[in-house]
Design a protein around this ligand. Structure first.
Ligand SMILES: Cc1cc2nc3c(=O)[nH]c(=O)nc-3n(C[C@H](O)[C@H](O)[C@H](O)COP(=O)(O)O)c2cc1C
Length: 368
């Protein structure tokens, strides 16, 4: 264990807040964290219910990236939300979280070109046939990525409909809402970025063309379940998973303004920092709730879990703060931050994306 370096003080992090129709007991949100603990069929089991229920004291849990249709699956053992068994599995999770006093959104994640036929059974779909540059984990081990198939107008239409259906399924499974994943190099981000979207039709080309898919997915999801149940995750300037946005400073002002017209409950910015142009621009242009997720160093996670960085973001105008690894390692993370109790040490990377309870549900809570 490492000792936190801050004395506990009153903090806006622990104030209640409203989000859409929800009352949150604090401004601390558990960021979506892929953990590969679902069955091979994408069905969440008891272990996932235990893990999330342990973390129910979060102001809000945003559950891990979950596949809205079969072709969108990224890696083995990623949960899905497009079939009855998956909906039933998630229902057990949301019931366990509700019984423990928590609230939950579900992140809808379509991998686009981040996917492999050996995993999903399908050639991946993407805005353009630009291959993912690295090998991908599959059930048979690491495999070279294959070139994705460029989506037709019909593929685009049906994928948007799949997001709307997945959102309805999530509500049926007991989630308070969904977060549309338009960050970190997945399908929606592939539409935004210049190096992965080479299209010349209305879904590509200009900034207006490249933001269209994200806007239309969010619109369809909002129409399906109500805008107050919808959030959107974005990662301006974060070129992970091989995306290179190109014109970041033009994409996001246009995207944020277009999303404001659709009116989802929140925007969730990854790698947010108080004096960063992307953050201050979004805060200026976005009238709704803004969740900020700072990019912490390993040392910051160990030192205070992100409390200081979170407070600075609230002071700079964020409404809620999302933290990932602190919640991963501490089932009672909010209480530990509030009281200044020591934090558990994060277990090795080799336990992050594997099956089983080790490094998952066996992080201890504080003794009472
Ligand atoms: C194990 C792990 C899994 C992650 N899975 C997802 C995911 O499914 N969706 C997503 O948008 N971000 C994912 N992320 C990114 C986190 O949501 C978060 O942005 C990142 O961990 C930075 O927050 P932190 O510094 O508080 O950990 C993941 C990060 C980690 C460490």
């Amino acid at each position: 264990m490492t000792q936190t370096q801050q004395a506990p003080t009153a903090s806006r992090l622990f104030e209640p807040a409203r989000l859409g129709g929800l009352e949150l007991p604090s401004r601390l949100v558990m960021a979506p964290l892929t953990r590969n603990r679902a069955g091979a069929d994408g069905v969440p089991g008891e272990l996932m219910a235990t893990y999330y229920a342990q973390r129910a004291s979060a102001g809000l849990i945003i559950a891990e990236g979950t596949t809205p249709n079969a072709v969108g699956q990224t890696y083995p053992h990623i949960p899905g939300i497009h079939g009855p068994a998956q909906i039933a599995g998630w229902r057990r999770v949301t019931e366990a979280v509700r019984a423990a006093g928590g609230r939950m959104f579900l992140q809808l994640q379509h991998g686009g070109r981040v996917g492999h036929p050996d995993t999903s059974g399908h050639v991946p779909l993407a805005p353009s046939a630009v291959r993912f540059p690295e090998p991908l984990h599959t059930p048979g081990g690491l495999r070279e990525a294959v070139a994705p198939r460029e989506m037709t107008a019909e593929d685009i239409r049906s994928t948007i409909a799949d997001f709307a259906d997945a959102a309805r399924n999530a509500v049926e499974a007991g989630f308070a809402g969904v977060e549309v994943h338009s960050a970190n190099g997945h399908l929606l981000h592939q539409f935004l970025a210049r190096n992965t979207n080479l299209r010349t039709d209305e879904w590509g080309g200009s900034v207006e063309g490249r933001i269209r898919f994200t806007v239309e997915v969010v619109r369809a999801v909002a129409e399906a379940i109500g805008p107050e149940r919808v959030g959107v995750r974005i990662s301006p300037g974060v070129n992970v998973n091989g995306v290179d946005e190109g014109d970041t400073e033009e994409i996001y002002p246009a995207l944020v303004k277009a999303l404001a017209d659709v009116g989802p409950a929140y925007l969730h910015q990854v790698h947010a920092a108080p004096d960063q142009a992307a953050f201050t621009g979004i805060r200026r242009d976005w009238p709704g709730t803004l969740i900020a997720n700072p990019a912490l160093t390993h040392e910051e996670v160990a030192a205070d879990g992100g409390r200081l960085r979170g407070e600075l973001l609230l002071a700079a105008g964020a409404d809620l703060v999302a933290l990932g690894r602190g919640f991963l390692a501490n089932p009672d993370f909010v209480e530990r931050l509030r009281t200044g109790a020591p934090l558990n040490e994060l277990r090795p990377e080799s336990l992050m994306y594997v099956q089983g309870a080790e490094g998952y549900t066996d992080y201890p809570a504080l003794e009472r």
